[in-house]
Every structure is written in C-alpha cells, then in structure tokens.
Design a protein around this ligand. Structure first.
Ligand code: CMC
Length: 436
C-alpha cells in the first residue's frame, strides 16, 4: 500500500484526544483511511452496515469505476477480453495476473480438461435430492460435497492444495451444473468430452443425449463463453466477500466456494437473472409492451415492494459495461437462432428505453446491469430459467478462487471478525420460571 501525503484526523466534540489516521493510495480509485488502530486508541468502532464505505481488503485482481461504467480484470478492459480472449484465458489471467502465451494456454487448457470428470460416487450423492430441487440448492450441496471426495486438496494453507483445488473447481463446475440439470429432467448424465472447448463441452453435457450425435452450435458456444467471461469476477461483491470471510477461518477451498454459491443465489445478487426473466415473462403475460407504464408505476411505488430486476447496482452508477456486451450477444444469438422477433427481447428493450427516460431511474442513476439481458440469451439457448444462477456460479468460481488465494497470500490477512453496535438488553439476572 502506498502512503498518501494526506493524513486524516479524527476529532471528538467531547474533548477526547484527536487521532491521526494514515491514508493509502491504490494504483487507481479512491484512497482509503486506515482505521485498524482506531479501537485500540479510542475504544470506538466504525459503523458501516452493507459496507457502503469500507474497503475490507487490498486486491489487484479486478477494478470497477462505477461512475464511468468501467470494468478491468488485471488491468484489461472487459470489452477487450470479451472480444479477444476465451474464458480459459480469462481464468488464467485472473488466477496468475497475466494473460497466457500460446504454450501456457495449451498447458492450462490441458490441465483443466483433464479434471472435468467428477468422482462417480457424486452421482449417487446427487440422487439424494428431489428431482424438482432448485439447481442452486443442488449446487450448494454438490460444491460443498467436493470436499468429501477430494481429500488431497483441502488444506487451504498448502499452495499445492490450493492450485489443484482451483483447477478441479474450474474443471468440474460445468460437469456438476449439467448433471444437476439432467437429473432434474430425468435424462442420463453426459460425461465430459475432452476434445471440445470448455463452453462447447458444457453445451454437449447439457443438451446431448446418448441416443444421438451432438454437434455444438458455434454461436451458442461463443455466447456461453462470453457469459462466462462477463461473470468471471467482480471484485468484493457479496458472494466474493462471503468466500473471503468463510475462507479466512482456514476452511477448505470447496467449503468456501460453496458458501459463495449459497450467497450468489439471492435475488439481489446472482439470482437477479432468474428474477429479471420471470419479471419480463410476467409483464408479457399481463399484456406486454402496453403494460410497461403500469409496471413502472408499481416499481416507483415504495409500498409495492416491486423492483425493476436487472436494474441498479451498488457500484455502477452508469451503464454496466457487461450489460452492453450482453445486449450485443443477445442480438447475435437471436439472429443466429431465427428468434429476431422474440417478444421478451423486444419487451426488454422497450422497458429499458422507458426506464432510462424516467426521472425516478435517472435521478437514482439506475441503469441496466448484466442480468437484464443475460436471461434472454440463456433462454434462447435453451437453458431453463431455474438454471441461470447456477451458470453464473460456474463462471464466477474462478473469481472466487482468485480472490481466496489472494487473501491467503496476503501477509495482512486475518480471520474476518466484524464488530457491532449492541443495542439489546444490558446484563440481567434470570428469574425463576414462576415469576417470568
Ligand atoms: N428498481 C427500483 N428501484 C431501485 C432499484 C430497482 N432495481 N434498485 C435501486 N432502486 C432504488 C432504491 O429503492 C433506492 O431508492 P430511494 O433512494 O428512493 O430509497 C435507490 O434506488 C438506491 O437503491 P439502494 O437499494 O440503496 O441501492 P443498493 O446499492 O443498496 O442496491 C441493488 C443495489 C443491486 C441490490 C439494487 O439496485 C437492486 O435490488 N436491483 C435489482 C436486483 C438486481 O438486478 N441485482 C443484480 C445486480 S448485478 C449482478 C450481480 O452483481 O449480482
């Protein structure tokens, strides 16, 4: 951390001594005020529910400028990565800090490819779930369950264990998501085929059956690969912070990533893609484009509890750059599949236009986020709505691992232990039950 020339001074109106706080500069982005000695010197905590003003760690992986609508992985703009690289190159970049050269790419792809199969016993574990279980419930269980199958890579403090568990998780997530899908629809699992690319292999495991040959569609494969790249990391969001906090206790990597999957499930986070598509389907059923005005009115009414899903972001106060790329992919996929007149896509574009002109959204800087269009792409590809968040989890796994490994390697890392402002009962004595 680079110290800044500026110092912050904290003073109190009750005459308690003032305290100087060091300020540090990052390579770009807001400076941070170091409050680590605050409690020791003043006996006071800071209060910041939702971490609106708190940097919980230092990181060199992903940078977001929310006002500009900029997203960089290791310094590379997301637009360049989405256009020039594939997902496994992006994984290599996030894990290692640099893009691979040709040999490194070949070796890394080979390594991931050689770990795509899961222990055969996993399918019996999966069979314990109800067939109609939500895929995210299944994924939370399966990912956590990996720690029961791969005992030789569970020591988070061992760099070799961290490396092998990283490769295993990246390689096995598509296999597990496809197995969860096939189980839900009662079809046989399709084993991975290692001659295919990461995304092509996933489409085959999802959509092939043992009865027929299957040739992956190039446009679909490209679209999925782009979805994976766009979701690969997003700095210290809720699920990543969950993974860091969970991993900070020294638990094994599979358990920490399972915690990330559980957190991602929520509709304010990864579950928003499912919620956004369900919302579009509801508006479509209620009458389509003509009902947008009525729907927007409900969204603006604070008592309705209705939000425009796929809109708004804690960090982006401008158009989410991933949403722009996703909209582009949406056009490509719908054109290639002959779905140019897809009513939900038309509805989404009309809804976006109306919202972007409405003062409620403009004044709050609410723009479409990545989930606004990703559901339409996935639905066009044939992925059921309930599986959307599991695909997000598949893609985000590399980001979670990169962040977890960065934390373990940080000499300043400690177990995460937030404090609280206690406003419950002060100490009191238990009365005998007859007197309570
Ligand atoms: N629809 C209607 N109003 C909204 C929305 C929305 N989607 N998002 C925020 N607002 C309003 C909110 O009611 C508040 O209004 P007011 O100032 O009058 O009280 C204002 O905008 C600020 O919102 P906030 O809740 O303080 O913002 P936040 O940073 O805490 O929440 C968010 C961010 C993403 C949780 C929220 O925008 C939201 O719930 N969006 C819908 C869900 C969604 O699309 N989530 C996906 C995020 S991107 C994918 C990912 O990273 O997981």
């Amino acid at each position: 951390m680079t110290p800044s020339d500026v110092k912050a001074t904290l003073s109190f109106s009750d005459g308690s001594p003032a305290m100087d706080l060091p300020v540090y500069k990052g390579s770009v982005g807001p400076d941070v005020i170091d409050i680590r000695k605050l409690y020791a010197q003043t006996g006071k905590f800071t209060y910041d529910p939702g971490f609106l003003s708190t940097a919980a760690c230092q990181s060199s992986i992903t940078y977001i400028d929310g006002d500009k609508g900029e997203l960089l992985y290791r310094g590379y703009p997301i637009e360049q990565l989405a256009t020039n690289c594939d997902y496994l190159e992006t994984c290599y970049l996030l894990l290692n800090g640099e893009l691979p050269n040709e040999t490194q790419k070949k070796d890394f792809t080979g390594l991931v490819t050689n770990h795509t199969m899961v222990n055969e016993q996993m399918q019996f574990f999966l069979r314990g779930f109800r067939r109609d279980a939500h895929p995210m419930a299944v994924m939370t269980g399966l990912v956590g369950g990996l720690s029961a199958f791969y005992h030789d890579s569970t020591d988070i403090n061992n760099p070799e264990h961290r490396e092998i568990s990283a490769i295993r998780l990246i390689a096995k997530m598509p296999t597990l998501v496809a197995m969860a899908y096939k189980y839900g629809i009662g079809q046989p699992y399709i084993y991975p085929k290692n001659e295919l690319s990461y995304a092509a292999n996933f489409t085959r495991m999802m959509f092939a059956t043992p009865c027929e040959d299957y040739t992956p569609n190039d446009v679909v494969v490209r679209a999925l690969d782009r979805i994976f790249i766009l979701h690969a990391d997003h700095e210290q969001n809720a699920s990543t912070s969950t993974v860091r906090l969970c991993g900070s206790s020294g638990t094994n990597p599979f358990a920490a990533i399972a915690a990330g999957v559980a957190c991602l499930w929520g509709p304010a986070h990864g579950g928003a893609n499912e919620a956004a598509l369900t919302m579009l389907e509801d508006i479509q059923r209620a009458g389509g484009v003509e009902k947008i005005g009525e729907f927007i009115k409900q969204v603006k009414d604070k008592n309705s509890g209705i939000k425009l899903m796929g809109f708004g972001h804690r960090v982006y106060k401008n158009y989410d750059p991933r949403a722009k790329l996703m909209r582009e992919t949406c056009h490509e996929v719908l054109d290639a599949l002959g779905l140019q007149n897809d009513p939900l896509f038309k509805l989404a574009m009309a809804l976006e236009k109306i919202a972007l002109e409405d003062d409620y959204f403009v004044s709050r800087k609410l723009y479409p986020n990545v989930d606004f269009y990703s559901g339409i792409v996935q639905r066009a590809i044939g992925i059921p709505v309930s599986l959307f968040t599991a695909i997000f989890a598949l893609a985000r796994t590399v980001g979670w691992i990169a962040q977890l490994n960065e934390m373990i390697g940080d000499p300043e890392y400690k177990i995460g232990r937030p404090r609280q402002l206690f406003n419950g009962s002060v100490a009191r004595n238990i009365k005998p039950i007859a007197q309570r």
